[in-house]
Design a binder for this molecule. Structure first.
Ligand SMILES: [Zn+2]
Length: 315
């Protein structure tokens, strides 16, 4: 009755008003980065690259699980589903460790919002922004600000360096504590109304994880990080424990030549993550490392992650 015990714990957290949802869906991820002390300088370049790639995978997977929850349990959504999935992912990552957001949780969220900023810059450079306006997702640059806003709203003291910066203009920042309260309340509502009941243990369907063989050394490298970190396995296990899925929801890591994406397919209730998307995250963070010092040091999120490695001048 392990599941029953764990669920009991989660309910206790929920009733105490603390971080239930973060415990619920997110991984107990103690990868190589978390094993270090809090000195940024202690992180090697490889560890930072790994942190950024896995953080973006974590966000991606939680976003797709958000779609799966909305579909599977026919959740009401007021607004765009893509924004709701982003909010579920962001709030869950914020709460992953505890209500008092720890340094590594912050680093991971900044790594995710930094990726959206990079994508926005790339979109403008390569395509112009025509497609972005009719897409079902918010603009990459809005996703960057939305994540920073919830992160700041969850912990304004720790994140004060973000307010009134390129990452979060003050006019938006003043609304973020309320925005986070609403996101938190919504996640608790989801757990209270749709979480697995203690009596609802069997049948026990949930998320399963499959890795298609990779065809590229860079894909294999990231796949190795995923497996050794336990990140995906743990997220899948928690999503399984805490929601009474009526059927299996496979999470498949697959080769998608020419297509860097992840998606939830509601026709077959499956989550697909392309290795090519993970490679995009990898290439992006490698490019950040190669970027001009002033660019990296001038970006609040990147600065936090890379400053010690790159010897940014004091602000
Ligand atoms: Zn989506």
């Amino acid at each position: 009755m392990i599941a029953e015990t764990k669920y009991g714990k989660a309910v206790a957290f929920l009733r105490s008003g603390f971080f239930a949802f973060g415990l619920l869906l997110s991984a107990v991820w103690e990868g190589p980065v978390a094993a270090q002390d809090n000195e940024e300088a202690a992180l090697s370049r490889e560890e930072i690259v790994q942190l950024v790639v896995l953080a973006n995978l974590e966000f991606t997977l939680l976003h797709e699980i958000g779609h799966a929850l909305i579909d599977h349990f026919e959740l009401p959504v007021f607004g765009r589903e893509e924004d709701a999935a982003d909010q579920i992912a962001t709030t869950t990552m914020i709460l992953r460790n505890n209500a008092d957001v720890d340094a590594y949780a912050i680093d991971r969220l900044l790594a995710v919002s930094g990726q959206w900023l990079s994508e926005w810059k790339e979109e403008r450079r390569v395509l112009g922004s025509a497609h972005a306006f009719w897409d079902s997702h918010s603009l990459s640059i809005q996703r960057f600000y939305n994540i920073n806003c919830l992160l700041y709203g969850a912990n304004p003291d720790e994140l004060s360096f973000l307010l009134d910066s390129e990452g979060l203009p003050a006019e938006r920042g003043f609304l973020c504590e309320d925005a986070y309260k609403l996101a938190y309340r919504s996640n608790l509502w989801l757990l209270e109304n749709y979480g697995r009941a203690a009596t609802d243990i069997v049948p026990f369907h949930g998320l399963t994880v499959e890795f298609q063989p990779t065809r590229d050394p860079r894909h294999e490298k990231v796949r190795g990080w995923i497996v050794s970190s336990g990140l995906v396995r743990d997220i899948a296990a928690r999503a399984t424990e805490f929601f009474p899925w009526r059927r299996e929801v496979p999470v498949r890591f697959v080769n998608c030549p020419g297509s860097a994406e992840a998606f939830y397919n509601r026709n077959v209730a499956e989550i697909t993550v392309c290795y090519e998307l993970l490679e995009l995250f990898l290439t992006s963070v490698e490019k950040d490392f190669a970027a001009e010092l002033a660019v990296v040091c001038g970006n609040a999120g990147l600065r936090r992650l890379f400053a010690a490695r790159l010897s940014c001048l004091p602000e």
